[in-house]
Ligand binder design. Structure first.
Ligand code: NAD
Length: 479
């Protein structure tokens, strides 16, 4: 975040447009289409009152629709005091490009409520959320076929369950009512693997990046994720899952964690699960024992590391701190964490940035699976799992019969047999679909990154892929 008296930078919305402009300058779009794609179609502002603690409190919320080239439009709902129209519109625009990049068949939208959820208890938050949802539902700004929200900063499964229930109460005969919002709890129409999805997507994105030694070399690194030193900003839903999986499954060292009350650093590695548990109990990282604590959390971003994962909010890497950033690979788990000015500086310095519209697309990808599950009214894997197992059993039985015929000369290891015989459940299918999506999207970006002389970074490559798909969609509509 910027300090008082800090260098003035473009707003978040302007930053997104500047990045978009860099890409369209390399395209040959039909006259006028560039402007049509860039602008936000509509932003609805609502002010509503809720009687709480003996008085009426007025809240301000937004739902912005950036592009309806595909419907429904999709995008999270954020609860934070910093929410404003400019931010919501920037986030809605990013959703349009993100969905196109990962081939989720949605337009882009985003919502927000100016509220610090920590100021209110559970009952109060439920009343505020239901009232906000009511205002959006009655204008079809929440609707399974038109506009489908999801969680974002400050919201999670619980808020999505309240929204789904509110929609159902207002549309009792809509058989697809559960598909009006994604990120719901499993028992309320959710899907296995949604909570972890964005962090899991960050892990899959990094794994895919590290499959290409020349891409790794471009980031002035070598080898695999094993032993790579990582600094994470924000140990919320996205940051926690990304850091946890990279530490536990890929052998990465999480050397720094920046949170809102300060930062932790330990060159030997922090235990993510333990820090997460500390935050849950104490409300922040302050006092955590096994690390050096600094009150200025943002300074941890400037520590020596291989990979930086900003996973909190926008604009945290900006013209005021960019010259002190040491990482040579940045993966934007948050939306818009690097300002346009900082992006230019880092590009010139040879830092590789895996852009937000790709890096955090795991959330919307699994939201897409959840929406499909809700519309088909059946959990993934239900029809085929046992059939798959019985076909595998046939193979194992036949191998064992052949083995008996040759006097038990060899045997199938019990571990292989157990793994091979088990059919995929919903979580495995979701992870497989997410992995496939992240790999395919990376390949489409890297083809342009390496294939065109005028493209030197992954962000422009991502925009080029996304905008050309949106263009095709508009053309197909006859626009
Ligand atoms: P969250 O509310 O779960 O977590 C945010 C974390 O950041 C919290 O731990 C908070 O304490 C911390 N934080 C807040 N201000 C900070 C600061 N100034 N410095 C350091 N830490 C700070 O939110 P989230 O869902 O994890 O979202 C994080 C980012 O990821 C946002 O940019 C969001 O738009 C993006 N994102 C989220 C999803 C999703 O599925 N939740 C999907 C795509 C993108």
């Amino acid at each position: 975040m910027q300090n008082p008296g800090a260098i003035k930078e473009p707003s978040f919305r302007e930053s997104v447009d500047l990045m978009f402009n860099r890409a369209v300058a390399l395209m040959d779009l039909p006259p006028g289409l560039e402007e049509k794609i860039r602008v936000c179609n509509a932003t609805y502002t609502v002010r509503f009152g809720v009687r709480l603690r003996g008085q009426i409190h007025t809240f301000t919320g937004y739902r912005s629709v950036h592009s309806e080239h595909m419907e429904p439009v999709k995008g999270g709902i954020r609860y934070a005091l910093s929410v404003n129209q400019n931010e919501v519109e920037a986030l809605a625009a990013l959703m349009t490009y993100k969905c196109a990049l990962v081939e989720a068949p949605f337009g882009g939208s985003k919502g927000g409520l100016c509220i610090d959820p920590r100021d209110w208890n559970d009952d109060e938050l439920e009343r505020i959320t239901r009232r906000f949802a009511f205002e959006l539902i009655k204008r079809d700004l929440i609707n399974p076929s038109q506009n489908v929200p999801a969680p974002d900063m400050g919201t999670g499964e619980r808020e999505m369950a309240w929204i789904a229930d509110q929609y159902h109460r207002m549309n009792t005969t809509d058989i697809n009512s559960q598909a009006c919002v994604t990120g719901k709890p499993l028992h309320a129409g959710g899907i296995a693997g949604r909570v972890e999805a964005t962090g899991r997507g960050v892990q899959y994105a990094l794994r895919e990046f590290f499959r290409y030694p020349e891409d790794v070399a471009a980031a002035q690194l070598s080898g695999t994720l094993d032993g790579k030193r990582i600094v994470v900003q924000g140990l919320g839903n996205v940051g926690y899952h990304a850091a946890k999986f990279l530490q536990e499954e890929d052998g990465a060292l999480i050397v720094g964690i920046a949170e809102r009350d300060g930062g932790l650093f330990n060159a030997a590695g922090l235990n993510v699960e333990s820090v997460h548990g500390w935050i849950a109990k104490h409300g922040g990282v302050t006092g955590y024992p096994d690390a050096t604590f600094v009150a200025d959390g943002a300074s941890v971003l400037e520590e020596e590391c291989d990979i930086l994962i900003p996973a909190a909010l926008e604009g945290t890497i900006n013209l005021n701190n960019v010259t002190r950033i040491q990482a040579t690979l940045i993966i934007e788990a948050a939306n818009g964490p690097v300002t346009a000015g900082a992006d230019e500086y880092l590009r010139n310095k040879g830092v590789v940035i895996i852009p937000d519209m790709y890096a955090n697309a795991g959330g919307v990808t699994v939201s897409y699976f959840e929406w499909v599950k809700n519309l088909s009214h059946i959990r993934f894997g239900r029809m085929q799992r046992r059939q798959e197992e019985s076909r595998h059993q046939l193979v194992v039985d036949e191998l064992e019969r052949l083995n008996r015929n040759i006097g038990d000369a060899w045997s199938i290891s019990p571990d292989f047999k157990a793994k091979y015989l088990r059919g995929a459940d919903e979580l495995e299918l979701v992870r497989s679909g997410l992995d496939d999506t992240m790999r395919a999207a990376y390949q489409s970006m890297r083809e342009i990154w390496h294939g065109r002389d005028d493209v030197t970074d992954l962000r422009v490559a991502a925009y080029l892929v996304a905008i050309s798909r949106i263009e095709q969609s508009y053309r197909a509509k006859g626009l």
